[in-house]
Write a protein that binds this ligand. Structure first.
Ligand code: SF4
Ligand code: SF4
Length: 166
């Protein structure tokens, strides 16, 4: 079974409460492949989340690369990865990210509706900082690297989403 690194719960009620969830009000965090790869049917699990209207696919243009390792980029490659929808995205009824900022569908008046363990990897990795200069140990570049080998799962989910129900 694929494993994700253990994430320490670094929520800060003091800092995040004072901030009011700026991160959640602008762009929901990207999820890592592990949740899907651990499911008996990874593409089916992704399809189900997209069909719920609560999740969308976001797009990363170009392959992140490290020149120090002799890697080369590919600016033409498109990598798609899932994240919770914003409210405008949910209202649109689509499964693709829309441009611009928007509030996450899981944000409630008292914070995130999801238990910490169920939140996307990028949400778990945010490190609240005084002054709201928050950083993350798992960025969208990390998400692109993680999802690059699993684009076939994304494609299979999209194919099955477009089929009429049996
Ligand atoms: S992680 Fe940072 S931006 Fe997000 S709610 Fe906490 S303090 Fe605000
Ligand atoms: S899933 Fe939760 S923590 Fe992540 S952006 Fe949405 S409300 Fe915020």
């Amino acid at each position: 079974m694929p494993s994700e690194p253990f994430i320490f719960n670094n929520e800060s009620a003091t800092l995040c409460g004072a901030c009011g969830g700026e991160c959640c009000r602008t762009r929901p965090g990207i999820e890592a492949p592990g949740r899907f790869l651990a499911a008996p049917d990874p593409a089916g699990h992704l399809r189900d989340l997209l069909a719920s209207g609560l999740w969308v696919l976001d797009t990363h243009y170009g392959v992140p690369y490290d020149p120090a390792k002799g890697e080369r980029g590919d600016p033409d490659l498109i990598i798609r990865y899932p994240r919770p929808a914003t409210r405008p995205e949910q209202e649109s009824g689509g499964i693709s990210a829309l441009p611009g900022a928007g509030e996450c569908v899981f944000l409630r008046a008292d914070g995130c509706a999801l238990p910490f363990a169920d939140r996307p990897r990028a949400c778990q990795a945010l490190e609240p900082t005084a002054g709201f200069d928050c950083s993350s140990s798992w960025t969208r570049f990390d998400a692109a690297r993680a999802w690059l080998p699993h684009q076939d799962t994304v494609a299979a989910a999209l194919t099955r989403l477009s089929r009429p129900p049996l």
